[in-house]
Design a protein around this ligand. Structure first.
Ligand code: FAD
Length: 392
């Protein structure tokens, strides 16, 4: 039988890599995680932190087949947040236990029928007029509000929770690390780590997976990127966690909020405005954001607010036509797993698919500890608004 120094090496310390690390460590595997920059990732730390349960998929009429898996995700996260799940997330800050959907004016008739459907009724509750939360409790608001029982998490505290528990298994990837396939397993070599034999690799490097696959001589699975130009507004704002539905089923605007230590709140704006703003300059995107808020929340005003924007790509498995994949993706060949969760919410599913693949391939946990790889520990990633140099 081959002998390995490590059972698994994970590349990438975003949510996919960290959740998989936690799950496999708990299953007794000797796992190390190699990160290029910071724990918490690129997309994960930039995400809106929404633990989707599929409502957005249902809204687009695509809640079919494997996409149903998303429905299980909030339950898995809730168990982890309560400390009795497959990962311990008790220290993660839940920014909001629920979100809202609002529509201005009356819903398009197709959508009204849809809302009356059974699937949607089980996922969201229409609130009675008079029972709207702020800022929709204003008499000038005309429209409907629905409550979605899907929590919103603080992405930084999520990264911190996992870095605190599993940071000792994480190292900054050495610039000169060479990875070669062996007849069984892999050989990792660098001056820092020395030579290490590993049974399986997990690529959870988001955008970096394409380059890693190239370095390993693999010609797939193919990746697609879908860019976003997010908007941030900072000031004396009420916390708001809500999607605005427009004429199409994709949310026109998604607002999440982050309370700062100094009492101010950052509104983080995504949805169609972020997708359509990709070609805009930061100034033009800020102007578009101001227009959207004036149109969709016309009774509110935004004096003394500061604005900034942030561009980031979503990295996913390629789909025909570049549309969003409906499910998490884990590509599997001998001793190699390539992961794109598609959503933060899908991280547990990625870990489950990897664990199942390892079992299928007969790669089980070996006795012994994780060797000290002599690598520096990566820092925890900073939230996009903490990285802004100049607010406008
Ligand atoms: P990442 O978080 O990108 O992590 C990849 C990591 O790999 C990074 O740390 C990177 O430094 C590292 N890396 C890269 N190359 C290498 C290498 N060669 N070696 C080692 N490490 C490497 N999903 C939701 O469910 N809810 C949301 O509210 C939500 N909002 C979003 C908002 C935005 C703006 C974006 C961009 C995405 C959002 N998503 C959301 C999607 C979600 O964030 C992603 O699907 C998920 O975070 C991807 O996680 P990941 O671990 O695969 O990638």
């Amino acid at each position: 039988m081959d002998s390995f120094d490590l059972d698994i090496a994970i590349f990438g310390g975003g949510i996919a890599g960290l959740w998989t690390l936690a799950r496999l460590r708990r299953a007794g595997y000797r796992v190390a995680l190699f990160e290029r920059r910071a724990l918490g990732g690129v997309q994960s730390i930039a995400s809106q932190g929404i633990i989707h349960g599929g409502t957005k998929y249902a809204l687009t009429g695509r809640l079919t087949g494997s996409a149903m898996a998303i429905g299980e995700m909030p339950g898995i996260w809730r168990a982890a947040l309560a400390g009795d799940g497959e990962v311990d997330l008790r220290t993660v800050r839940v920014l909001a236990p629920q979100q809202y959907l609002w529509s201005t004016g009356s819903l398009a008739s197709g959508m009204a029928g849809f809302f009356a459907g059974k699937v949607m009724q089980s996922r969201m509750q229409a609130l009675p007029a008079g029972g709207f939360p702020p800022p929709f409790d204003d008499p000038r608001f005309r429209g409907s509000v629905y409550r979605l029982d899907e929590p919103v998490l603080d992405a930084r505290s999520l990264a911190e929770a996992l870095a605190t528990q599993y940071g000792e298994a994480c190292g900054l990837v050495p610039a000169s690390l060479a990875v070669e396939r062996l007849p069984r397993g892999w050989r990792l070599v660098s001056p820092e780590t020395g030579e290490r034999r590993v049974a399986a690799l997990v690529l959870a490097a988001g955008h970096g997976n394409a380059a890693l696959l190239g370095q390993l001589g693999q010609d797939g699975p193919a990746m697609q990127t879908r860019p976003l130009h997010m908007i941030m507004v900072r000031g004396a704002l009420p916390p708001l966690y809500a999607h605005c539905l427009g004429a199409s089923a994709n949310p026109r605007l998604t607002v999440t909020s982050y309370p700062m230590d100094d009492g101010r709140v950052v509104w983080y704006l995504g949805g169609q405005v972020a997708e359509e703003g990709v070609g805009r300059s930061p100034a033009a995107q800020i102007a578009a954001g101001r227009d959207e808020l004036a149109t969709l929340l016309p009774w509110m005003s935004f004096p003394d607010t500061e604005w900034a924007t942030f561009a980031v790509d979503r990295a996913e498995v390629a789909t025909g036509g570049g549309r969003r994949p409906d499910d998490a993706f884990v590509g599997e060949t001998d001793g190699l797993f390539t992961c794109w969760p598609t959503k933060l919410a899908f991280a547990p599913r990625v870990a489950r698919l990897v664990a199942g693949g390892l079992q299928r391939q007969g790669i089980g946990p070996q006795a012994g500890g994780v060797p000290d790889l002599g690598l520096a520990r990566p820092p925890v990633a900073r939230l996009p608004w903490d990285e802004v140099e100049t607010w406008n």
